[in-house]
Design a protein around this ligand. Structure first.
Ligand SMILES: Nc1nc2c(ncn2[C@@H]2O[C@H](COP(=O)(O)OP(=O)(O)OP(=O)(O)O)[C@@H](O)[C@H]2O)c(=O)[nH]1
Ligand SMILES: [Mg+2]
Length: 301
């Protein structure tokens, strides 16, 4: 999935890993809860449907009934998302592409979950027993929007959310009305991210905390991709000239810092400030929609 130019650029650099103790603990606690839940909502990032797959879940969830939820669709390239939807339609696992903030397609989630339970509940009803409340567990990589989805579904601020990964530190059952309960869980990565490009994609979309890769490398990686995929947006948003765009990413970052007034006392460029600004603008969608994983390898970044 990695283009030759990108492979060359990052081949010799360190692996990217983030697996603090709380993730191992969260994984064990997740395993313990599984028998209590009816359906698992496994959340991935619509911009990186492949890079956001935690293979540990495959093992852990086994034959558990599951819905794949791809969140932050409003930040992903629309055509690429359509292609992903097409490719998932050929598989027999239910899935939804949603956006928790824009509230798109959220209304499909509970009917889909109930539908999955229909057979079991019909058996209850035949025996004259009222089915118990629907118990859903939401899991996924950090910062993908699990708690935000819960808040949207419940219509209140039931779960803690925030721009940095690690917002949810412990499991929490949240009631949605009288017949649905949802278990929020902390985001979990895996012990060893084998390829660096996957690590970079997880970091740029916010699943790995910035200090692991460093904002400098992340910004340079991002500018390289924006130059290729969204040059007009990059140029316009930061008032760059066409000549600026032809520069190396490091030099473009310098121009962004100058144009945005990211200067230290004395007038020298404050590069860390410009890096944080760029990453924030990108993550808020101000630089346009961008996908990093592609179902068609030819479209790779
Ligand atoms: N644009 C956009 N941003 C989102 C969406 N969902 C969540 N966010 C933002 O992503 C950040 C993380 O959201 P959370 O809901 O805390 O993510 P989480 O998966 O619970 O994170 P952890 O608890 O750290 O695992 C917040 O800044 C949210 O506002 C979405 O659908 N679209
Ligand atoms: Mg959370």
């Amino acid at each position: 999935m990695v283009s030759p130019s990108m492979q060359g650029k990052y081949r010799n650099q360190q692996d990217i890993n983030w697996y603090p103790g709380h993730m191992l603990k969260a994984k064990k606690e997740l395993a313990e809860q599984l028998k209590r839940v009816d359906v698992v909502l496994e959340m991935r990032d619509a911009r990186i449907p492949v890079s956001s797959v935690n293979q540990d879940f495959e093992e852990l969830l086994g034959h558990k009934k599951r819905i794949l939820i791809f969140n932050k669709t409003a930040l992903a390239d629309q055509e690429v998302t359509r292609n992903w939807e097409e490719s998932f339609r050929t598989q027999d696992i239910p899935f939804l592409f949603i956006d928790a903030i824009k509230k798109s397609h959220l209304q499909k989630l509970l009917p889909l979950s109930r539908n999955i339970m229909q057979q079991k509940w019909s058996a209850f009803r035949r025996r004259g027993i009222r089915p118990p409340s629907l118990k859903l567990l939401i899991c996924g990589i950090p910062n993908v929007g699990k708690s935000s989805l819960i808040n949207r579904l419940s219509g209140r601020k039931a779960a803690e959310t925030g721009p940095a990964p690690g917002g949810t530190s412990h499991q929490d059952w949240i009631k949605l009305g009288s017949d649905v309960e949802l278990l929020d869980t902390p985001g979990i990565l895996w012990p060893k991210i084998k390829d660096r490009e996957t690590g970079l994609r997880l970091a740029i979309t916010g699943a790995i905390k910035d200090s692991i890769v460093g904002t400098s490398q992340l910004s340079i990686y991002l500018i390289g991709i924006l130059k290729q995929k969204l040059p007009d947006k990059l140029q316009k948003f930061y008032q760059l000239t066409p000549e600026n765009l032809a520069l190396f990413p490091e030099d473009i970052l310098q121009k962004i810092a100058e144009n945005r007034g990211c200067l230290k006392r004395g007038g020298a460029v404050d590069q860390p400030r410009a890096e944080s600004l760029l990453l924030r603008d990108f993550r808020q969608g101000k630089l346009g929609r961008l996908s990093f994983d592609y179902p068609k390898p030819d479209d790779e970044v």
